[in-house]
Design a protein around this ligand. Structure first.
Ligand SMILES: Nc1nc2c(ncn2[C@@H]2O[C@H](COP(=O)(O)OP(=O)(O)OP(=O)(O)O)[C@@H](O)[C@H]2O)c(=O)[nH]1
Length: 286
């Protein structure tokens, strides 16, 4: 049961919003036709919850409420016996409003439930200190990006950033200041990259940036820009920290995220050995 529910949620999350809207309206029309054909003999009001839930899951709150009200009115019009009051039109209107309100509350509950789950998913993907992707989520994304790059014959670049002499900040200014510095690095990286790039703190003072569809020329433009932005941010707070950066470009990506990261890590290490505070580039095929 739980697996089926998870599969349904997974499917719902994957369908595009316009398709969800068309599916929702189409389903509502289908149910309305069924409702009209069966007449008062068969109670079908519960079926209307399907399209309402679909719209509430994938679209905005207002669209969900509108859909709920629309479904309530359609159901009431097709089943006048269920709302008509011989004594007063006002009571009939009240009955329709109650049905619409029940549908609308259901829509809002489904909408909020999805938002809550989305927040939980985001938290599970995020590094608690810097707001960048955590290691697990990053590995998963890189694996997917590798598959995509191989399928489309596109290059992939990875920038591996390690802070120089960060330990001294912790030792001299305290762990809290060290945390503040790491947060500043994460935020600077996120502000510097393109929308399709991904930043992650792999752990400690090590960050990586995935540059999808970036060849060596693109990497040679982006990586120095990243370094300059980081150095400028350090200068702002007078933090005596520099950056050793490995920049790997793979015209044909290796088989896994771990391999890609390991190679970029080696380049970063080379930058450390060469005296820190520098970029080391390499182009490698799978
Ligand atoms: N404030 C803070 N410090 C951390 C965190 N995670 C790891 N560290 C510290 O980061 C430091 C990383 O150690 P090193 O890689 O030797 O630091 P480094 O001084 O930059 O050394 P080089 O890379 O050789 O320049 C250690 O002192 C860790 O305690 C964290 O979340 N917050």
């Amino acid at each position: 049961m739980t697996t089926r529910l998870l599969k349904l949620i997974h499917w719902l999350n994957r369908i595009a919003r316009p398709i969800a809207a068309v599916l929702g309206v189409g389903l509502l029309i289908l149910i309305a036709v069924l409702d009209a054909v069966t007449g008062p003999t068969l109670a079908l009001s519960i079926l209307y919850l399907g399209p309402i839930a679909l719209i509430a899951w994938r679209l905005e709150r207002n669209a969900a409420i509108s859909m709920a009200i629309f479904a309530g009115i359609v159901h009431a019009l097709l089943n006048p016996h269920s709302i008509r009051s011989d004594s007063s039109t006002l009571i009939a209107i009240w009955n329709v409003m109650i049905l619409c309100a029940i549908f609308a509350v259901f829509a809002v509950i489904i909408y909020e439930l999805n938002r809550l789950l989305e927040k939980e998913r985001d938290l599970a993907r995020t590094d608690f200190l810097t707001g960048t992707r955590n290691r697990m989520a990053f590995l998963k994304e890189v694996d997917q990006e590798i598959l995509r790059a191989v399928r489309h014959g596109q290059p992939i670049s990875l920038v591996y950033v390690d802070l120089d002499n960060f330990k001294a900040i912790n030792d001299r200014l305290g762990h809290r200041e060290g945390d503040r510095l790491l947060l500043a690095v994460g935020q600077t990286l996120m502000q510097t990259i393109r929308g399709i790039d991904t930043v992650s703190r792999l752990g400690g003072d090590e960050f990586v940036i995935l540059l999808p569809n970036a060849d060596s020329d693109a990497a040679a433009t982006v990586a120095p820009r990243i370094r300059q932005a980081l150095l400028a941010r350090m200068k702002q707070d007078l933090w005596p920290v520099t950056f050793s950066i490995g920049v790997l470009t793979c015209p044909i990506p290796p088989g896994s995220a771990e391999q890609l990261i390991h190679r970029a890590d080696e380049l970063m290490y080379r930058a450390k050995l060469q005296g820190k505070d520098r970029l080391v580039f390499s182009v490698q095929s799978a």
